[in-house]
Write a new protein. Sequence first.
Length: 343
Amino acid sequence: MKTSDFNYDLPKELIAQDPLEDRSSSRLMVLHWRSGRIEHRVFTDIAEYLRAGDCLVRNNTKVIPARLFGMREDTGAAVELLLLKRREKDSWETLVKPGKKARTGARLVFGEGLLHGEILDVLEDGNRLIRFCYDGIFEEILDQLGQMPLPPYITHKLEDKNRYQTVYARYEGSAAAPTAGLHFTEELFDRLQEQGVKVANVTLHVGLGTFRPVKVEDVASHHMHSEYYRIEPQEAAKINETRAAGGRIICVGTTSCRTLESAADNEGILRPGEADTEIFIYPGYRFKVMDELITNFHLPESTLLMLVSALAGKDQVMRAYKEAVREKYRFFSFGDAMLILDD
């Protein structure tokens, strides 16, 4: 299977640059993947497709203001940092631009001295390990100095940081939002729970590996970067009980899906706990836990598009994407949504 098999043409004007004023007013494409039927709805209509006994699984990670702008202490040259993963209390794996001169031992300054960093190591993939020094609480300094790490295809300034967070975001640690969840409001969750739909939470801190382009032509040769996840015992029990009772497991986004599929045994029983995952899901994969999926429209040749194709079939998904372009859906992080149903 080739990476180029997952390419499609997308007019630039369909890349959503701003979030909608009302989260749940986005459009919703419903793909019934076995029959091939496609419906065009609005996101609040999702309640019509969910029923009592179903379990929605959502990723409650919280995006940190992970983009920092500073300078080299010795030369004053500008430097940009993206925090990817906390290794220890004050040590982070980071992406540094420009990277050519970001050598071990280099010292960096941010916010006129509020925050200092020293490059401890250059990692195998080119990322840098940096130790920070500061007075006070790191999270408060980061909130003061950092910017939300919007994807490069979003060029507009985000006026409200909370619009790149889900309404249920709780645990800080992500470098990108689990964007399928951006469509939900508290009112919509209340409506679903009144219908008897259960909601379970998992945590996966989203790193850049999820969004990095696949640079190999043979899909099977691609290697995902590691991401941390955690599932609490009561949440695993809720999901296992739903499956045992014949209810559907519907993941809100690909990160929720990857968490469940990483933590399940071969019988599809979910194990609580925490670990790192490098799971890469592409066509041919057999899902152990997830039945159906709520997701956004993803970049061409991306691992996310491959995951969606593993569930609904590459030909069906690429046909649906062509229709989304024709119907002028909004694409990517602030774009519209797709519900993939197994019927």
